[in-house]
Design a binder for this molecule. Structure first.
Ligand code: ADP
Ligand code: MG
Length: 192
């Protein structure tokens, strides 16, 4: 990952979020409050504008820009959690040996903030699967889709979806889906 790839990553993520905004809202309806599509769409619109306005000069500056905009513009539970992810990644980026370690630091910071464990039916499930796959150089689009799907049979233990208890079973977690888009975008950006 470098600055150029990082910017391409965020542009591709933005495209996917805007294209799938309505689907994210749909996912957040039975087990949430129907705002995840709007939250992510608003946040990524600000990110793209901030990239143009602030013209980050290093990958670290880009990660910091992501952190700030996710924290202040996304809202909901997911904004602070995505903000934490990019904060962890930014802090790790300057000294990390490889990109897997940077992503792992992102995951750890999400967990520090939100206290979700594997199997709680949150974005953490997706991040765990992705970090493991990147560590072993096995990340594929199929693996991402499978990890998103794997949240469907789970019962939510964290966040708003946990309020509906057993009725959360049978629905894909919206934050896992949007994190899936983040990593589909990462693979595409790195492939170019
Ligand atoms: P809200 O739940 O406040 O409406 P969003 O709809 O934007 O916020 O985001 C919901 C997503 O946030 C969930 O699908 C889940 O993936 C994620 N989430 C919620 N709480 C947590 C948590 N404690 N740890 C990790 N992820 C969480
Ligand atoms: Mg919501």
């Amino acid at each position: 990952m470098n600055l150029e790839t990082g910017i391409r990553w965020m542009e591709l993520f933005n495209e996917k979020i805007q294209n799938e905004k309505d689907y994210l809202t749909q996912l957040d309806t039975p087990i949430g409050d129907s705002d995840h599509g709007n939250n992510m769409s608003r946040g990524m619109t600000h990110v793209i504008k901030a990239i143009e306005d602030e013209n980050p000069k290093t990958l670290n500056e880009l990660l910091q820009l992501m952190m700030k905009n996710m924290l202040s513009k996304v809202g909901g539970a997911s904004g602070p959690l995505y903000g934490s992810a990019f904060m962890g990644m930014m802090k790790a980026e300057s000294s990390a040996e490889d990109w897997a370690s940077v992503l792992k630091a992102g995951l750890e910071t999400i967990q520090k903030r939100g206290k979700a464990e594997q199997g709680d039916k949150t974005m953490v499930d997706l991040w765990i699967a992705v970090v493991e796959a990147v560590e072993t150089h096995q990340l594929t689009h199929e693996l991402i889709d499978e990890a998103v799907e794997a949240t469907q049979p789970l019962k939510a233990k964290k966040g708003r979806a946990s309020y509906v208890g057993d009725r959360s079973i049978g629905h894909i977690d919206p934050g896992a889906y949007s994190s899936g888009l983040l990593f589909h975008a990462m693979l595409e950006a790195e492939a170019e």
